[in-house]
Design a binder for this molecule. Structure first.
Ligand code: AMP
Ligand code: MG
Length: 327
């Protein structure tokens, strides 16, 4: 009996070691307007990575404002007082987006679609929208007008843009999908929204680079354990320049114009992807003083790396950040 137990344990140990020592499997797709990479280090392989990418596609089919047939496209075409039944995921993401909007004093507003559509960063010849158009589009926003009860949503005449939170939310779905399939060690990257699963085989922390918001290269790196989500919002991620002025994609819900808060980049480290993604956008809008207050009062377990417009850096919370030499 003892011998059999020893043999089973040896086999188990060998299997575990094999799992960890094997070459990682990495699969990629383009979804949510960005590159999605799933890298599995242990507890799975190609099949699990493909299942995770399929989950990303399913989520995009619900949450995208640009994919025909999605819950969001449907909601954005609904009447102001219409109650629309959506998938449980969409309802959960909307509820979370509204709650974070509340907790950040309105810095996150998931009803900015009409405004964000005016800022065409992808055009060959992008234009600054005229003030009247921005004002009219702002009239259509207002997170307080949205009502979510169970899986029933009423937009109150607003139009939804989940661009600030969808990647993080989908990251959480991917994590759940990988865990369900027995994956124990993986790294998920949805266009810079990074999620870690498990500990690395050599026991070292996961190292995540933070891009410099001032051009090429890195501002530094963050070390985290497993089960963390790291998201960065930066004016450099999507912008155009007109007459010497940079217009980036993170909007101040008060004005409808790019937020000028004194911050060039905000990286958030949280326990889940949605919170990291939503807060990185919201805190970028809120600015440094509000950020410190919001984290202390509302999110004491969340950490952040703020890079100011002058390049100086402030760390908030329990974050292991190493600045890149010469950055
Ligand atoms: P992120 O890259 O996660 O910071 O999200 C930026 C995207 O979210 C933009 O491209 C817009 O689609 C949308 N967005 C911009 N400003 C806001 C805001 N203040 N609140 C919510 N969504 C926003
Ligand atoms: Mg975000």
């Amino acid at each position: 009996m003892k011998k059999r137990l020893a043999a089973v344990l040896t086999l188990l140990l060998a299997a575990l070691l094999c799992g960890c020592a094997a070459q990682p499997v990495s699969s990629q797709s383009f979804a949510l307007d960005t590159v999605v990479t799933i890298t599995i280090y242990a507890g799975g392989g190609e099949a699990e990575a493909q299942a995770a990418l399929a989950r990303v596609d399913e989520c995009e089919a619900l949450l995208s404002a640009h994919r025909q047939g999605s819950d969001i496209v449907f909601l954005n075409g609904a009447d102001a007082d219409e109650n629309v039944l959506v998938s449980p995921l969409t309802a959960d993401v909307l509820r979370a987006g509204l709650e974070i909007g509340e907790k950040t004093g309105g810095a996150l507003d998931i009803t900015l679609y009409a405004v964000s559509q005016l800022w065409d960063y992808k055009s060959e010849n992008p234009q600054v929208p005229d003030e009247a158009a921005v004002r009219a589009a702002l009239e259509k926003s207002g997170r307080g007008r949205v009502c979510v009860e169970g899986n029933s949503v009423c937009t109150g005449g607003t139009q939804l843009d989940l661009g600030a939170i969808a990647k993080g939310a989908v990251g959480d779905e991917v994590m759940a999908c990988l865990k369900e399939r027995g994956v124990i060690c993986a790294l998920v990257n949805l266009g810079g929204n990074i999620l870690t699963l498990g500990e690395k085989a050599d026991g070292s922390p996961w190292t995540i680079a933070v891009d410099s918001p001032f051009g090429e290269g890195y501002a530094g790196r963050i070390e985290v354990g497993g089960g963390k989500a790291v998201a960065t919002s930066s004016g450099a991620q999507r912008y155009f320049e007109k007459d010497g002025v940079v217009y980036h994609h993170i909007l101040d819900p008060e004005t409808g114009y790019p937020a000028r808060s004194g911050l060039a980049s905000v990286t958030v480290i949280a326990d889940d992807g949605l919170t990291a993604d939503a807060l990185s956008t919201a805190l970028f809008v809120a600015g440094e003083a509000q950020t410190a207050r919001i984290l202390e009062e509302q999110y004491p377990k969340v950490g952040a790396v703020l890079i100011r417009d002058d390049g100086s850096i402030r760390i908030l919370g329990d974050v292991c950040f190493t600045e890149e030499a010469g950055a």
